[in-house]
Design a protein around this ligand. Structure first.
Ligand SMILES: NC(=O)c1ccc[n+]([C@@H]2O[C@H](COP(=O)([O-])OP(=O)(O)OC[C@H]3O[C@@H](n4cnc5c(N)ncnc54)[C@H](OP(=O)(O)O)[C@@H]3O)[C@@H](O)[C@H]2O)c1
Length: 210
């Protein structure tokens, strides 16, 4: 699949690098294609190309958003997504690891509001980037769960396909409004690891009995 990444830092690079190694084509989307993170990413993976954001969208099937949440509105509003899938990997984080929108609405729904002609799916946010760099837990016979949310089932199928390539077991939690709960799961993981000393190499698993 042709993939564009808006944001190629900790999260964007981990996902893009693993997906490129699985055979996907990666375009780094940045209006300054010589910016520090773009140059660094291309030096670490010379298979990445780079284009201004709108051009990168025009050349891609799925677009990943992995930028600091505070920049999202200014980045997204001028863009034309032409009905393509936008994977929201961002989290609105406020003071003291709280929800940055005071839990009134999810960041993903704001992302959808700012990019009206995109089909937004929330994914890749419930863990730190360490699990996006390496999702392998070889001592267990279940894969780490990746919880996703979105309003469009075809778009979620595409994200599920990419999730599987990244080694995750996709759990579809329902409509995009569920993203608010995923963002709280993120805060839980972040508080446990970044504040309370849990090891970053841990994930959630989905176990179901009929
Ligand atoms: N870190 C984690 O463990 C983690 C895990 C899950 C989700 N998240 C969420 O994922 C998002 C990214 O986190 P991160 O840790 O990857 O951040 P990061 O390492 O700081 O990377 C941010 C990226 O966004 C790019 N960017 C900023 N403004 C831009 C613009 N106007 N146009 C294009 N690119 C722009 C930066 O490029 P330049 O600096 O070169 O401009 C950089 O490549 C955040 O919303 C975070 O909450 C983080």
């Amino acid at each position: 699949m042709k993939l564009a990444f808006i944001g190629i830092g900790n999260v964007g690079f981990a996902l893009a690098n693993n997906l490129q190694k699985k055979g996907h084509e990666v375009i780094v989307a940045h209006d300054d294609v010589k910016s520090e993170s773009v140059v660094k990413a291309q030096s670490q993976n010379p298979n990445f190309s780079a284009l201004p954001i709108q051009e990168a969208i025009d050349h891609s099937e799925v677009i990943f958003l992995a930028t600091p949440f505070k920049f999202n509105e200014q980045i997204l509003v001028p863009l034309d997504f032409k009905g393509k899938v936008l994977v929201d990997c961002t989290n609105p984080v406020g003071a003291g690891i709280s929800h940055g929108l005071e839990s009134k609405i999810s960041g993903a729904e704001k992302v959808q509001e700012w990019s009206k002609d995109a089909i937004v799916v929330k994914s890749f946010t419930i863990y730190g980037f360490e699990n996006l760099q390496n999702s392998s837990y070889p001592n267990y016979n279940v894969k780490p769960a990746m919880l996703i949310a979105g309003d469009d089932s075809e778009a979620k199928e595409k994200v599920t396909y990419l999730n599987t390539d990244l080694g995750f077991d996709t759990v579809d939690t329902g409509a995009l409004s569920q993203a608010l709960h995923l963002e709280h799961m993120t805060l839980l993981w972040v508080k446990m690891v970044r504040a309370n000393g849990h090891h970053p190499n841990f994930t959630w698993g989905y176990l179901e009995r009929n």
